[in-house]
Design a protein around this ligand. Structure first.
Ligand code: MN
Length: 239
């Protein structure tokens, strides 16, 4: 099987940026079989190694459980891969600055060019529309499908009272979008404080968004954080 190094690196980068803590996960579609995806077993992201990786089918069930506990919310990933053939990586997080935007009427908007993708729309999924009085977790394919439907063709969706799902056509894009979604949420909140009573904030226009998202692959960002993480992981191995 292809090695899992970049997926481990993606877990560690998201943890280092505070996008995922003890919870949260990232998966990647198998490069050799588009009907399968890879994700770590149920373990804190900062502890993930290549040995923790599991392979899942489109039903979000493990191909070979290897005696591991799979992540409960794996259905988020499976249902998104099923409905979005171009998506190669999926992040589920509880990104702290993003949460307030999923339980108020303030809509996330693109405040700077690095998060232009927000201008493509970030819908907010209300789990109560699918199930009343839930424990908020996406515990089955039914809830996963409901979330994937709300996500539709968008780059990300919020999950009311919970977090977000962020997708990309590569690991770099899914990780980059997750990091810049968090930054945008923080900066939008700051701008709202600064704007004060007049409340005026100039967000990116639809045309600026369209001109930006065509090139936004987060390649330089990924190259930087990946290289730093490889050095850190090497140092851990030597210690
Ligand atoms: Mn969750």
């Amino acid at each position: 099987m292809t090695n899992f190094q970049d997926l481990v690196i993606a877990y560690r980068i998201l943890a280092e940026h505070g996008i995922i803590d003890a919870y949260g996960h990232i998966s990647v579609r198998s490069p050799t079989n588009p009907e399968r995806f890879w994700m770590a077993r149920s373990i804190a992201p900062e502890l993930v190694t290549e040995a923790d990786m599991m392979e899942f089918g489109m039903d979000s069930e493990p191909i070979d459980a290897k005696g591991f506990n799979p992540v409960i919310e794996r259905y988020i990933h499976g249902e998104v891969y099923k409905s979005r053939p171009e998506v190669m990586a999926v992040v589920h997080n509880h990104s702290p600055s993003v949460i307030p935007f999923c339980c108020t009427n303030t809509t996330l908007q693109p405040i700077f060019h690095m998060s232009a993708f927000i201008g493509l729309g970030v819908p907010n999924w209300e789990i109560r529309d699918a199930q009343e009085d839930s424990d908020m977790l996406v515990r089955n394919a039914y809830l996963g499908e409901s979330l994937a439907k709300k996500l539709d063709g968008h780059p990300a969706a919020l999950m009311r009272g919970h977090g977000a799902v962020v997708v990309g056509e590569s690991l770099a894009v899914a990780v980059g979008r997750s990091v810049y979604l968090e930054q945008n949420a923080r900066m939008q909140f700051q701008a709202e404080m600064l704007a004060g009573d007049d409340g005026e904030i100039t967000f990116m226009s639809d045309k600026e968004v369209a001109a930006n998202v065509v090139w936004q692959e987060y390649g330089r960002f990924w190259n930087l954080v990946r290289n730093k993480m490889i050095k850190k992981l090497d140092a851990e191995k030597l210690a």
